[in-house]
Design a protein around this ligand. Structure first.
Ligand SMILES: Cc1ncc(COP(=O)(O)O)c(C=O)c1O
Length: 378
């Protein structure tokens, strides 16, 4: 037996988080996490749950009754969507133009779905004409798309067109809104999305751990009348309904502190106003992009589908991307990220999300980048 390890008190470095998430967290959210724990069935916590659900409806722009946080990170909310909606044998259409479309494919397959894809090059959104063709060819029951692709910095425009195509074929639409919720225009009801899921640590600027999801009655009806049980017990919405629906009966112990944090983060969104918040993300990211261009760093995604919350810029030929990223972190405490998947080595990924979408952050990053690039090149 070894002796009890001696571990120092936790003193993490203070960072400026300008990567693909997590983003900087508001002190009010951190304070909420330090408030006393209550039980997950305490009447006081039941009130908190109601408030979180109400705030989530506001942020998703929906009246969906089935709006709740899933315990776990964004991938748990994502898996909840696919595991519940997809029945074995269903055909599931997913995009191939980014890293998270591929994750959708893995999850749909594990749920027993037969996966087919609609293609677009990495760095471009889906073309509605291609989606229509894919529907004619494959007649899928479920269609997933990524509203804000974090690997490419591309925003999927024309969402209503995509959902109209799917609904004309009686299919259900799952939208990944992990990098758009609370930062980029998203209207679940107006755009007729059946299921949208997200994460806490991006534009909501909340620590990861409780991840939003919203489902239309139509989607929930399909889930509640499935022929086979959902393969995951933990993420089975027909069981979670007992806790997050009207009954409020035990299913699993909610991550209380994460729910407190989410409540405070959502309160901050409501205080700012969702549309004003979308506008702030656009304005601040616009300053970022033009400052990057002045430094010779060109945006990767075209203007029409630029994603303000996640900016991809091409790595210049004379720059070693990993050296620059390490330098920003060690010398300035700034986090940005490298490219992912097909874009590894091709782009930097610079987040402009939630509390990190501030001019002070952007100016600091641009100054640090200017100095770092000069040093690399001299
Ligand atoms: C678009 C998208 N979907 C899903 C996820 C998965 O979320 P998480 O890493 O919180 O599990 C991410 C994470 O970055 C993402 O960017």
């Amino acid at each position: 037996m070894t002796d009890a390890p001696v571990v120092d008190e936790l003193t993490p470095p203070v960072r400026t988080l300008m990567g693909p998430g997590p983003s900087d967290v508001h002190p009010r959210v951190l304070r909420a996490m330090g408030t006393p724990l209550v039980g997950h069935l305490d009447p006081a916590f039941l009130d908190v749950m109601n408030e979180v659900q109400e705030l989530l409806r506001y942020v998703f722009r929906t009246d969906n009754q089935w709006t709740l946080p899933i315990s776990g990170t964004g991938s748990a909310a994502m898996e909840t969507a696919f595991a519940n909606l997809v029945e074995p044998g269903d055909t599931v259409l997913v995009p191939s133009n980014g890293y998270f479309g591929h994750r959708m494919a893995s999850m749909a397959e594990r749920a027993g779905g037969a996966v087919v894809s609609v293609d677009a090059p990495w760095g471009e959104p889906l073309d509605p004409a291609d989606v229509r063709d894919a529907f004619e060819t494959h007649q899928p029951e479920v269609f997933g798309f990524v509203h804000a692709e974090t690997s490419t910095g591309v925003r999927q425009p024309a969402v209503s067109e995509l959902t109209a195509i799917a609904h004309a074929h009686d299919a259900f639409v799952i939208a990944d809104t992990v990098t758009s919720l609370g930062g980029v225009e998203l209207r679940v009801d107006a755009w007729d999305i059946d299921i949208a899921y997200s994460a806490a640590q991006k534009c909501l600027s909340c620590p990861p751990g409780a991840s939003p999801i919203t489902l239309s009655d139509r989607a929930m009806d399909r889930i509640l009348t499935r022929e086979t049980p959902v393969r995951s017990w933990y993420l089975d919405l027909s069981l979670l309904e007992g806790y997050w629906g009207t009954e409020r009966s035990y299913h699993h112990t909610a991550p209380i502190t994460n729910v407190y944090a989410l409540r405070e983060a959502l309160r901050l969104v409501a205080e700012e106003g969702i549309e004003r918040r979308w506008e702030r993300h656009r304005e601040v990211a616009r300053t970022l992009v033009s400052g990057l261009a002045d430094l010779g760093l060109d945006r990767y995604a075209a203007e029409e589908y630029w994603l303000p919350s996640l900016n991809t810029v091409r790595v210049p030929d004379d720059v070693d991307e990993s050296v620059l990223i390490d330098h920003l972190l060690s010398e300035y405490g700034i986090e940005i990220a490298a490219g992912l998947g097909d874009l590894a080595g091709e782009v930097f990924r610079i987040g402009c999300m939630g509390r990190s979408a501030r001019l002070a952050n952007v100016q600091y990053l641009l100054t640090a980048l200017e100095e770092s690039l000069e040093q690399r090149r001299s």
